[in-house]
Each structure stands twice: as structure tokens, then as C-alpha cells.
Design a binder for this molecule. Structure first.
Ligand code: FCB
Length: 483
């Protein structure tokens, strides 16, 4: 379950699926959407973003740990380790120690954004850098981030800041990480501090990146620290991320009172949620049941919590968390959608492997084996429009080390956005993942998602445009952000 970052996806919690049949079927019936297939000729003929207003946000996204270098957190520790059979935790034993060195080379990233005509950039601040020990705030690091945000704004590029993107300071990990009862409050304190420090430059905030991927990779699949395979624990952590988001939002709204861009809003808060389609592989009821449970747990539960102001995380027979949590109510000003692929679900009632994904016949796949399915973005946008939040595509991209798929990928996914907008969906922005090649978690240097390539052996770490840059520029010209 979750973004398949190692090719070994299982859903241990799916034992519970047997008990969840009727409920799940109802979810599947709601979630399936009508079949839709884009025509290659239509995509080729379309003028990307030609119908979008000038206020549409077009840009790219990165995360602090994946590009900055020079950080020290739970992932730095994880990278050094290996599994009992000797396989390194990160492919090839790669480390993010220097990676793209954006901490020092951030002006090169800014130049790349200007070259493509971006008017928006989602980037992270690294918690462990800003708060290296409990309650200790690194003013020099904060000043560097402020300088970056000010430079972006001076270039007409609105920053969105992600506060948590998978990495924890070691002092938080030592207390139990997300299992520590104090984690949500610690994150809220950090968010408040960040709100006060950066609010003069920043209005757009992403509290947590992909709580569902964190839970799936770190607590179900055992592939990221702390490498657990424990559905009950996964459910508890998912609930903790909900609490954290609610408290972080409250802290941000409290501490950031400055309307930096003068649009009448001092803060715009949301999460970036990895939303994916769980399509049943066949008409067998078990495929639909398992797809439905996965869909609810992964895609919907967090959104329900925000809608209802109530944390409900239910895995029948495994976890049943149900508690009101008022800070969640109204805590989204937008819903960030990170979209990459879909899963075709093969369910099973036997053995331990209740969940498996199958390849869609004839569909192209990226370097990491993820199906390229632009229709999925359209389907998700239409589906989530009913939730009522403005939708922001906060990540979308392709692992394509040879640079043979990205240009078409970008064109097709912008087409999906345009189609959804033409159908009345309130999509307010599209950010490509990633601006530059970066550290792709357990894949290390293998998942090359950058609009700009980076050769990590090149001492200068030059950012070199991929073929997709021309497509991006075409969209930026249509939008009017590039001449
Ligand atoms: C998303 C993550 C991002 C990156 C892309 C490929 O799930 O948010 O950090 O790994 O996938």
C-alpha cells in the first residue's frame, strides 16, 4: 500500500478486510468513477493551461531533506543501516549528505524556476535544522530560509512551505518518533515558531506531506524508519498525524498574522495528500472489497477527519479509534493532491497476503514501475471536488532517468487538469515533482524526477533542463507567466 517505492507492497492490515465487506463495497461504488480514456490526438492538440486564469499557480515542488544536503535527522541514521540480509536500507547505500546542495545552491534552483516561468514554488524547511534540540531555535538557519523566501517573492514566485516531509529530528526519534505521545504537540510548537519566523514572507503552508505514505511505508510495509509492520500501530500513527495537523494549523493561524501577498489571507493551510486510485483488478468481489478498505484507510480517512472535526481510524479487528478533535474542523484552506499512479488491486482471503497490485495491461510504466495513468488525475480531481476545498496539485511527476517520458507525461497531466477545470472543478494550481533530481528515499539516486537533471558526481551539481522544460514553458506562456 502507498507509493510503491521498493516494489514490495503488501497490506498486512487487510486481514480486517474480511469483516469490512459491505462497507467497502459502498466505498468502491462511490469511488470508482466512470471509465475515461484520453485520446493522444486530443492531448497533442491541446494548449496547456490556455484557459486558466492568471491567478492559477504553476510551479514545482521539492522537500528540504531531498535536496538540501547537510542535514542530520532520523533518515541520516537510517541511510547508514542495512537489513539483516545485508541489503542496505537505501538502494546502493546512497546518502543525502550532499545531494543537490540546495542549502548553498538555492539560487540555482531559483534560476531554474525563473527559466520555466514558474509563479509558485513548494519547498520544505527542515525541522531538525531549525530546532536541532528541544526548544532550541537556530536563528542563522531561519535567516537563510527567510532570505530564500524573500528572493522567491522578489522574483514573483509565491512560496509554499512544507513543515513535515517524512524526516524527524533525532531528538524526536529518540523519544519514539510518531509513537511518542508528545509528537503532535512538538510539531505544533515547531509550526508556531515557523509561523512567527517566516509569516512575513509566507502565507501558504503545508503542515504534513503525505501522512498516508508515512504510515504505509514506515508502519505497514517496514521500508522506512522505524521499519514497523504493525497495522494497529499504523492506525495509531495515522491518528497522531491528524492530531498534529489540527494543532499545527491552529499554531500557524495564531502566529502568522501577516498577509504577505496582500490577497486578504495571512495563512492558507492544508496538507499534501498522496491520493491514488485503488481500482479492483477484476469483477471478483474480493478485489472490490480490498480496494474499498485501502481506499478508505489511505485516501479518505484523513479527509473525513478534517470534514467532521473527528478522528476516526478503523481497521476492523485491528483498530477502532474514534474521538472528537475540534482543531481539525475547518483546518483545510485547500486540499493538496500528490498524484503519481493508480493501483489495480488483487484481493485474497487466504494467507498473509491479502493485498497485491497488478500491472494494467498495455499501460506505460516509469523507472520505478509505477503505471503512467493521466486519466487518474482527472478522476481524482472530479472525485475530490465534492469535498468543497479548492484543489491544488501539490506534486505530480515521473521517475524517468533517460528523459524519454517526462515531456509527454507533463503534457498529458496538464491536459487532465484542464479537462477537470473545464468540467467546473476548482483546481487552483499545478506543481511538478520535482524541480530538480533529488534523493528519492529508499530508492536513493534511482528515482530521477527532476524537471532539471542533476549529476550527483558533478562537483558543480549543475541543474540541466530536461525535455519537459519546453512543455512547461509552453504552459507558462499560455498562462502569461513567461514571455
Ligand atoms: C511523494 C513524496 C516525495 C517524492 C515523490 C516521488 O510520495 O512526497 O517526497 O518521494 O513521492
Amino acid at each position: 500500500m502507498g507509493t510503491d517505492k521498493t516494489g514490495d507492497d503488501r497490506f498486512p492490515g487487510a486481514r480486517a478486510c474480511r469483516a469490512a465487506g459491505l462497507f467497502a463495497l459502498a466505498v468502491v461504488a462511490l469511488g470508482c468513477g466512470r471509465p475515461i480514456a484520453f485520446s493522444a490526438a486530443d492531448i497533442a492538440a491541446a494548449r496547456p493551461l490556455a484557459g486558466a486564469p492568471r491567478t492559477f499557480f504553476l510551479g514545482a515542488a521539492t522537500s528540504a531533506y531531498q535536496i538540501e544536503g547537510g542535514n542530520h535527522n532520523d533518515w541520516t541514521e537510517w541511510e547508514k543501516g542495512s537489513y539483516p540480509d545485508g541489503t542496505p536500507h537505501v538502494a546502493g547505500g546512497a546518502s543525502a549528505a550532499r545531494i543537490a546542495d540546495s542549502w548553498n545552491l538555492w539560487r540555482s534552483d531559483l534560476a531554474a524556476l525563473q527559466l520555466i516561468g514558474a509563479n509558485f514554488y513548494r519547498l520544505g524547511v527542515e525541522w531538525s535544522r531549525l530546532e536541532p534540540a528541544p526548544g532550541v531555535w537556530d536563528e542563522a538557519a531561519a535567516a537563510r530560509y527567510r532570505e530564500m523566501f524573500a528572493a522567491l517573492r522578489a522574483a514573483g514566485i509565491t512560496p509554499m512551505v512544507t513543515l513535515f516531509h517524512f524526516t524527524l529530528p533525532t531528538w524526536v526519534a529518540a523519544r519514539g518518533g510518531w509513537d511518542w505521545d508528545g509528537a503532535p504537540e512538538a510539531l505544533a510548537a515547531f509550526a508556531g515558531r515557523a509561523g512567527a519566523a517566516f509569516g512575513g514572507e509566507v502565507d501558504w503552508w503545508c503542515t504534513i506531506n503525505e501522512p498516508n505514505v508515512l504510515v504505509a511505508k514506515s508502519y505497514l510495509a517496514g521500508q522506512w524508519p522505524p521499519a514497523a509492520r504493525d497495522p494497529a500501530r499504523a492506525a495509531r500513527v495515522l491518528a497522531a498525524t491528524m492530531r498534529a495537523h489540527g494543532l499545527m494549523t491552529r499554531a500557524l493561524r495564531d502566529q502568522d498574522r501577516t498577509d504577505a501577498d496582500g490577497d486578504g489571507h495571512a495563512t492558507r493551510v492544508g496538507i499534501a495528500q498522496n491520493l491514488r486510485l485503488f481500482d479492483p483488478h477484476s469483477a471478483r468481489p474480493i478485489d472490490g472489497i480490498v480496494a474499498g478498505v485501502a481506499d478508505w484507510f489511505y485516501d479518505e480517512s484523513f479527509l473525513d477527519a478534517v470534514t467532521l472535526g473527528r478522528i476516526r481510524v478503523v481497521l476492523p479487528g485491528v483498530a477502532d479509534i474514534d474521538e472528537p478533535f475540534p482543531p481539525l474542523a475547518g483546518s483545510f484552506d485547500y486540499l493538496g493532491i500528490n498524484y503519481y499512479t493508480r493501483d489495480l488491486i488483487v484481493g485474497s482471503l487466504r494467507g498473509d497476503e491479502h493485498y497485491r497490485t497488478a500491472a494494467a495491461p498495455g499501460q506505460p510504466r516509469n523507472d520505478l514501475g509505477w503505471e503512467i495513468y493521466p486519466e487518474g488525475l482527472y478522476r481524482l480531481l472530479v472525485r475530490y471536488a465534492r469535498r468543497g476545498w479548492p484543489l491544488f496539485v501539490t506534486e505530480n511527476g515521473v521517475a524517468d532517468g533517460r528523459d524519454v517520458q517526462r515531456a509527454d507525461f507533463l503534457r498529458a497531466h496538464l491536459y487532465a487538469v484542464d479537462r477537470a477545470r473545464a468540467d467546473g472543478v476548482d483546481v487552483i494550481g499545478y506543481l511538478h515533482w520535482s524541480l530538480i533530481d533529488n534523493f528519492e528515499w529508499s530508492h536513493g539516486f534511482h528515482g530521477r524526477f527532476g524537471l532539471f537533471k542533476v549529476d550527483f558526481d558533478d562537483p558543480a551539481l549543475t541543474r540541466r533542463p530536461t525535455a519537459a522544460v519546453a512543455v512547461f514553458q509552453e504552459a507558462a506562456r499560455n498562462l502569461g507567466t513567461l514571455r
